[in-house]
Design a protein around this ligand. Structure first.
Ligand SMILES: Nc1ncnc2c1ncn2[C@@H]1O[C@H](COP(=O)(O)OP(=O)(O)O)[C@@H](O)[C@H]1O
Ligand SMILES: [Mg+2]
Length: 318
């Protein structure tokens, strides 16, 4: 396995120091790597949150799933591939002070390891996005291997993580296709609202096309119902309808509509940091339990935390 030099921490933003997992060639360093962790976990599972509708809970699910998995001891990379950069902002990461971004990796083919922001939370790294990513759809049109750029980048870092989560934009354009090509499994958040299923068949068709031509092992791991409002009959009807269409795919966990979930990003916090005992926090905890079981993720290997519950002591205060 390749060995990498440690990277200096530049202007407050930690770059990706491989010394977490690899022996260092940097003679000044004292870090030693847990080689057993690397060999026991050769490949991260890569999930994409996808739905070409906006406002269905992709970003909320990406951020909260990633932080809960990291708090439980999984090594997690979150990739923001939506030019809006809501995942990056939701975690309180300063977009003006990044070592690199998804744009750099996709368009300029900057090595992904140089662009990742390390330890935005303990155990959670981020490939952040800035608004420049909006140009990538156009700039990549004539590029070689335009659909496979993220996949190629991810191949380098897969041995370093247990889970990679990709938050995708509300479209089925080249950015989403890149994410679908890189991923093992698709999670489809659907809002419990009128016309919830509109566009889902188009998404499934796109997944099938990517599967046939670009990524044969891609699969839909599940459909997550979000923003369920128990006071309305509509929410219940929508869940019943989705269950009728996708009985084997729908997660039994349903994310309720919760003011606390909507407030958390404005403080740059996940729900487990902002209000872990809220019903939204409980729901995302239960969703992570279900995801771990359904995707057969196995126990975390990074720290000795319980796989059956989050470990708030590993989260930053506040
Ligand atoms: N379960 C929820 N309850 C209340 N508000 C939510 C919930 N999930 C998401 N939101 C809010 O709804 C908006 C859209 O959610 P978001 O996750 O950004 O969707 P997407 O990424 O699909 O566009 C955001 O303002 C978010 O804070
Ligand atoms: Mg989003």
């Amino acid at each position: 396995m390749a060995q990498f030099c440690a990277r200096r921490v530049l202007s407050g933003v930690p770059r990706f120091p491989f010394h977490h997992w690899f022996p260092l060639t940097d003679t000044h360093s004292t870090h030693q790597i847990d080689q057993s962790t690397v060999s026991r976990n050769p490949n991260a599972r890569i999930f994409i949150l996808a739905n070409q509708k906006g406002g269905v809970g992709k970003t909320t699910t990406a951020v909260n799933t990633a932080t809960i998995l990291a708090a439980r001891g999984y090594r997690v990379l979150l990739i923001d591939i939506d030019p809006q950069g809501n995942t990056t902002s939701s975690l309180g990461v300063d977009k003006s002070n990044l070592p690199g971004s998804t744009y750099d990796v996709l368009v300029d083919e900057v090595p992904i390891v140089e662009a990742i922001v390390l330890d935005v939370r303990p155990g959670l790294d981020l490939l952040a996005t800035t608004a420049t990513l909006a140009a990538a759809e156009v700039e990549l049109v004539s590029a070689v291997n335009r659909e496979g750029r993220l996949s190629r980048a991810c191949a380098v870092i897969r041995p370093l993580y247990d889970v990679v989560l990709i938050d995708s934009p509300p479209s089925l354009g080249l950015l989403t296709v890149n994410a679908l090509t890189a991923a093992n499994a698709v999670i489809v958040p659907i809002q419990c609202e009128f016309l919830a299923l509109e566009g889902v068949s188009q998404l499934i068709t796109t997944v099938d096309l990517v599967k046939r031509h670009l990524n044969p092992t891609l699969d839909v791991v599940g459909i997550l119902m979000t923003m369920f409002d128990g006071r309305t009959r509509l929410s219940t009807l929508v869940v019943e309808e989705v269950r009728r269409h996708f009985p084997d795919r729908i997660f039994s966990t349903i994310i309720p509509r919760s003011v606390r979930l909507a407030e958390a990003p404005s403080y740059g916090q996940s729900i487990s940091e902002y209000d872990s005992s809220s019903k939204g926090g409980d729901a995302y905890d239960a969703f992570v339990d279900e995801l771990i079981a359904r995707a057969a993720l196995g126990p975390p290997q990074r720290r000795g935390t319980s796989a059956s519950g989050s470990n708030p002591s590993t989260m930053p205060a506040g």
